[in-house]
Design a protein around this ligand. Sequence first.
Ligand code: BES
Ligand code: ZN
Ligand code: ZN
Length: 484
Amino acid sequence: MKFQISPRKQEDETLVLIPVFKTEDYATFLKNILEKYNFNIPNIENDFSADIKSISILYTPTHKIALLGLGKKYEENEIIRAFRFFFFKQKNTLQGKIGIDIEHIAENFLPEIVNGILLGGYDTQLYKTDKKQDKNWFLNNESNIVFYSNIPTKTAEKYIDKGQKIADSQMSVMDIVNAAPNFKTPKTISEWAIQSGKTNGFEVRILDKAQLEKEKLGCLLAVGNAGRVEPHLILMEYKPKNATKKVGLVGKGITFDNGGVSIKASTNMHFMKSDMGGAAAVLGTMEVVAKLQLDIHLVCAVPVAENLLGSQAYLPSDVLTSYSGKTIEVIDTDAEGRLIMADALTYLNRNYQPEILIDIATLTGSSVRTLGYMAGALLTNNEELAENLYKAGLKTGEKLWRLPLWDDYEDDISSDIADVRNYSGKDMAGCISAGKFLEVFTEKHQAYAHLDIPGTAFKLTEFASSHIGTAFGVRLFLDFLSRI
Ligand code: BES
Ligand code: ZN
Ligand code: ZN
């Protein structure tokens, strides 16, 4: 896809798209702008509401014009949603070069506009042998876009490049989330990281089963023991010369979770291919940070494993020795995420000493019951971190809502026979006790936050008939990194 920037014109564009915010006087605005295209429809506001995702196509004697509603909120995520929706819906009818009139839109929204357009072309047909794509505008070499704007070309190019780089990485990790678990194994995710590191300039080290044994990551090994392939720990580091802060991210990478011996019910079990949404967020963030060459020293750990059932599977009541040395009584083998994350958190913390430590995981059904698809749960005792993550969520639309991480909940994870247990046995406060469990393995890190994201990482959207991956976390972390 080629993007250009030029003052308003219309030469060989087959369509002019005019995005419209629903301001008090959007009718006057519309009247004025349509005059610039020598067109006038009285009371157009009766036909076009400017609500988010509303679309009207107008045929003038000389132009084809599409109006796209952006709604009332001036938010990044709303811009992305509106553009993604338009291009998603229209991709089989669009042709040739398209003009987008953005003279009236703040220039700093350009990355989101580009991002939305590209995500509109995201294709979920990963394994179809007969792909319906003959009319797909995104797959046509001649498809390009000219933005009508007076932004200086250099500035515009920078914005466009940013929007494009983020979208490419988002779609790449969305592909992993949407992939079938026999195609995305701990091995193939490790290979993805190695390849991305080579292309984008960050270091990647994989601990395979033998190395996990040598380094005694007892929890990751136990969870992965009944897997069809062996577990790995993916370690990634991006260290630019002028790095300011050292930030550590850890992402849960269970490529399929059937619960193990504490087996899940079969209804919707297929959704558990998405139990690596946290890993996707971390892989995508690392890739974009390296591509954009941000001044952040970023260190990441992604434990990848299959949580399956077999004669080699770990058992409820087994006691595991974690990498930290602490022992864990397994009450439920379906609470596997916190086990692999425990090892990864301690490993990253001890070996890389990040100043800020954040984990992101599709960890509990409890978080989905609490917040639905609208927000991920945020648990931290560090006020500054809470504020920055919360604000980054509001800004990007990848929202977070805080739950307590008080010591009052400690009893939930205390065990009679081991240092801790992995489940309280009570169907209450599940998201919080999971957070308390993970906190133990950060070894009193003073700037630690836990994000629980199953409802936001993989969900029903207007872009597919069933749940799909969202790349939740990538734009959130990028915004967060600009705040510290
Ligand atoms: N992967 C699940 C969490 C999950 C639930 C993700 C729903 C997506 C949708 C996690 O490993 C799990 O099974 N958690 C259990 C924990 C319980 C056994 C303590 C849960 O939340 O039910
Ligand atoms: Zn589970
Ligand atoms: Zn899980």
